[in-house]
Design a protein around this ligand. Structure first.
Ligand code: UAG
Ligand code: ATP
Ligand code: API
Ligand code: MG
Length: 515
């Protein structure tokens, strides 16, 4: 589904675009009413940004873009060469590095230099989606018209569009901000991935508040080192990208970020031995806690399980206050269950839900070593029987995290069922073996299984948990809200929550119950 565009686009002269980016122009001075960098999303009147990429050059798709209604092309010298080879003579702007200017071009075309809404950006390895939902659901509970842009979906008030990426391309993002302003959205909360920061996807956007949750291993297929990954995240905390920051200093990366940020930063910690402006203090029960800076105290409750979700809730509270919401209102609004799809989401059988022999099953999006450890630690207190985990690892992504995920699983669970995630172009068995190697290296007593096929693995895990007796818990991690499984270039319909419900119903039927 194409991403929304403003209902009332305004026209920008191509010559104005050229002078904005210092590019050379060829051809008549047409007016552009939109901008896109995907030939598949062209609307009439668009400027098509034909970018060089790792796989191809966008200029190869210029003919299609022009046919679909694009009126001009923004590209580089290599792109212009491709246009010439293809016999295309169209109005164009040529610059050295078109990707690095496409954000400011989109900002000019969509008029989003100073959008009339509060903009919150959330970065970090884990917790972006969860924290963004917590903020967005609290704002909605407070009667605000809210926008949300992230891994699961894009929301514009009540309208929902499935997301293709965690952070959209700059052309899509500026169009979305324009649409949000048109529709009266007063607060927009969005996830800002390190890919986005590195690839100029949020150029031309200045966040009123930027949040940093944490940093741990992920994406080392894209970033050469953890430091490079960190510096990409850190670039959000500079005046070009944000006005102020809220940084969780529970890990050393957060502490370094608080030191090097060039915007004013408020720090928060859940650790007793770390210095911070705000700290989380334990409450009467595991979900409750106080967030205090020594003067102001908020009595908060995490609607979601796990220590990490208390931190996410604290970050959300600080973001709300930084956006002008009074502390008492933030406190109350955060009590609302945010329902974050596929994050610590309990799946119940369709019918015989109260059957005590059925295990508690939770679907979660843990797909990094740190998140696997955190998710299992969160479920341990709820486990009086065995804790069973089903996990794999994505293909064509950071290979180095696979063994570490296996290790975290074997350290946190009693039974580890290693299966397929999104193998993409890789051999699924080879990925499973890398995860299993790590699990074995952990040297714990955990029972290890290698099960080909995720549906089979989920059913086996649910049955194993049930056979381990009441109080057993199953964590199915890695795919969360995803509704497809990518195998060898094809995305097959697949939803962990559907498969879990199916497995629970199958057991219920065997016992003579009604599913
Ligand atoms: C590794 C990566 O991030 N690659 C991004 C990069 O691709 P690329 O430079 O290789 O581009 P390319 O495929 O060579 O294509 C060149 C140009 O031709 C255009 N093109 C290509 C084909 C066509 O039919 N029409 C067309 O217009 C493309 O839009 C592109 O501008 O630039 C493209 C747009 O210019 C992005 O679509 C692409 O994201 C790919 C698809 C991707 O999978 N990205 C993932 C890894 C990603 O961004 N993930 C983060 C995850 C964060 C998290 O949650 O942890 C995210 O923010 O989602
Ligand atoms: N603050 C946190 N610290 C550590 N682990 C967390 C935290 N918050 C969530 N998690 C774990 O990480 C998983 C992913 O969380 P979430 O989807 O909120 O993160 P994300 O940063 O949006 O991830 P992605 O980059 O894949 O979009 C959760 O399912 C949970 O297991
Ligand atoms: N946003 C994450 C999603 C990973 C989810 C997991 N299911 C996988 O396919 O690896 C990424 O692009 O790395
Ligand atoms: Mg996310």
């Amino acid at each position: 589904m194409p991403s929304p565009r403003p209902a009332s686009p305004h026209a920008t002269a191509l010559s104005a675009v050229a002078s904005l980016v210092g590019g050379s122009t060829t051809g008549p001075d047409v007016e552009v009413t939109g901008v896109t960098l995907s030939s598949q999303d062209v609307l009439a009147g668009d400027l098509y940004a034909a970018l060089p990429g790792a796989n191809t050059h966008g200029a190869r798709y210029a003919a299609g873009a022009l046919e679909a209604g694009a009126v001009a092309v923004l590209t580089d010298a290599a792109g212009e060469q491709v246009l010439a080879e293809d016999g295309i003579d169209c109005p164009r702007v040529v610059v050295e590095d078109p990707r690095s200017v496409v954000g400011v071009v989109a900002r000019a075309v969509y008029g989003t230099a100073d959008p009339a809404l509060q903009l919150v950006g959330v970065t970090g390895t884990n917790g972006k989606t969860t924290t963004a939902y917590l903020i967005s659901s609290a704002l909605t509970a407070l009667g605000r018209t809210t926008g949300l842009i992230g891994t699961v979906e894009t929301r514009i008030g009540d309208e929902r569009v499935k997301s293709m990426r965690t952070t959209p391309e700059a052309t899509v993002l500026h169009a979305l901000l324009a649409v949000m302003v048109e529709r009266g959205v007063d607060h927009c909360v969005m996830e800002v991935s390190s890919h986005a920061l590195s690839q100029h996807r949020v150029d031309g956007v200045v966040y009123d508040v930027a949040l940093f949750t944490n940093l741990s291993q992920d994406h080392l297929d894209f970033h050469p080192t953890m430091r490079d990954y960190f510096l990409a995240k850190a670039s959000l905390f500079t005046p070009e990208r944000s006005r102020r920051g809220i940084v969780c200093v529970d890990d050393a990366w957060g502490r370094e970020l608080a030191d090097i940020a060039t915007v004013p930063v408020t720090t928060v910690t859940s650790l007793a031995d770390v210095e911070a402006d705000w700290r989380l203090l334990p409450g009467d029960d595991p979900a409750a806690f106080t967030l205090s800076d020594g003067t102001t105290s908020l009595a908060l409750r995490s609607a979601l399980p796990g220590d990490f979700n208390r931190v996410n809730t604290a970050m959300a509270a600080l973001a709300l206050m930084a956006s002008g919401i009074p502390a008492d209102q933030a406190e109350r609004a955060l009590l609302v269950d945010p329902h974050v799809p596929g994050r610590m989401e309990r799946v119940t059988p369709a019918g015989d839900g109260a059957d005590p022999s059925l295990p508690l099953v939770v679907v979660d999006y843990a797909h990094t070593p740190d998140a696997v450890a955190a998710a299992l630690a969160a479920l341990r207190p709820a486990t009086t029987g065995a804790l069973v985990v089903v996990l794999g690892a994505g293909g064509d992504r950071d290979r180095g995290k696979r063994a570490a995920m296996g290790r975290a699983a074997a350290e946190g669970a009693d039974v580890v069922v290693v299966t397929d995630d999104n193998p993409r172009s890789e051999d699924p068995a080879a990925i499973r073996h890398a995860v299993l190697d790590g699990a074995r290296e952990a040297g714990t007593d955990a029972e290890l299984h290698d099960v080909e096929g995720r549906a089979t693995a989920i059913e086996a895990a649910v049955r194993a948990a049930r056979s381990r007796g009441p109080g057993s818990v199953v964590a199915v991690v890695g795919k969360g809200h995803e509704t497809g499984q990518e195998i060898a270039g094809t995305v097959h319909p697949f939803d962990d929550r559907v498969e879990v419900a199916r497995a629970l119903d199958a057991i219920t039927l065997e016992r003579g119950g009604v599913a």
